[in-house]
Write a protein of this length. Structure first.
Length: 246
């Protein structure tokens, strides 16, 4: 009898589709999921550059290891760090070693920053990384209605004035909310061939269940029954209209 192949579930967002709430659910359910053969991957959290004892299940830093240096993501603007290619290469090697050391049958990696990836060079590096990991890759991609997606993502950036100001000063191709970012077909084209893709309709999930988290779990072959799924985080907040000085 052949052993079942180990699997990597990549939950890649997109932004503002319940990703942070799903990550909170991963934290709350890590013991229950482990009993079912699934390990949510966490990395040490950081605050003001200090590494904390607790883990975060938003592993955007793994995604950033592949992301072209010029993109003004929230994490990069907040930290002021735009890594050079050699630092990104070292980070990829470190994360590969970390993931290869995890023995669970199924790993869950969740990071909406993966949806920033677009270029052939990024795809080549990611493909090489996944091949070296040696797991079957299954990708969960969550969409929402475009106008709401745009408005909610812009609202998220405005919560952080430094990030919003930086983005407004950049050309479109470097902005975290540039037109390039909302190209759904480009996202699908990038991920096609890297693993089996399951798409989740955020709006349909909310209409039917009031919650997208169960649909994300089902996309990974996980029955959400018995799991904690009632999380509401990182919600949209009213902000004053910005002016030229913001």
């Amino acid at each position: 009898m052949f052993a079942r192949k180990k699997t990597l579930y990549l939950h890649i967002g997109t932004h503002k589709t319940g990703t942070t709430s799903f990550q909170a659910s991963l934290r709350a359910n890590r013991g229950r999921l482990a009993k079912r053969g699934y390990l949510p991957v966490g990395i040490p959290a950081r605050k003001s550059g200090i590494v904390l004892k607790r883990k975060t299940y938003n592993v955007n830093r793994i995604a950033y290891a592949f992301l072209r240096p010029g993109i003004a993501s929230i994490g990069r603007v907040a930290s002021g760090l735009y890594p050079k290619p050699e630092r990104l290469a070292r980070a990829r090697a470190e994360y590969l070693e970390m993931l290869r050391g995890l023995r669970a049958r199924n790993l869950i990696v969740s990071a909406e920053a993966f949806t920033f990836l677009r270029t052939p060079e990024e795809r080549e590096e990611l493909q090489r990384f996944l091949a070296a990991l040696g797991r079957e890759v299954k990708i969960v991609l969550v969409w929402r209605e475009e106008a709401a997606w745009r408005a909610s993502w812009e609202n998220q950036l405005k919560k952080k004035p430094k990030v919003w100001k930086k983005n407004r000063a950049l050309p479109d191709e470097q902005r975290a909310n540039g037109e390039w970012y909302f190209d759904r077909q480009a996202i699908l084209d990038f991920w096609t061939g890297l693993g089996e893709i399951t798409e989740v309709d955020y709006d349909a999930a909310l209409a039917s269940e009031g919650n997208v988290i169960p649909a994300i779990y089902r996309a990974m072959g996980i029955d959400p029954a018995g799991l904690k799924v009632e999380f509401v985080t990182n919600t949209r907040v009213p902000l004053e209209d910005d002016d030229e000085d913001n």
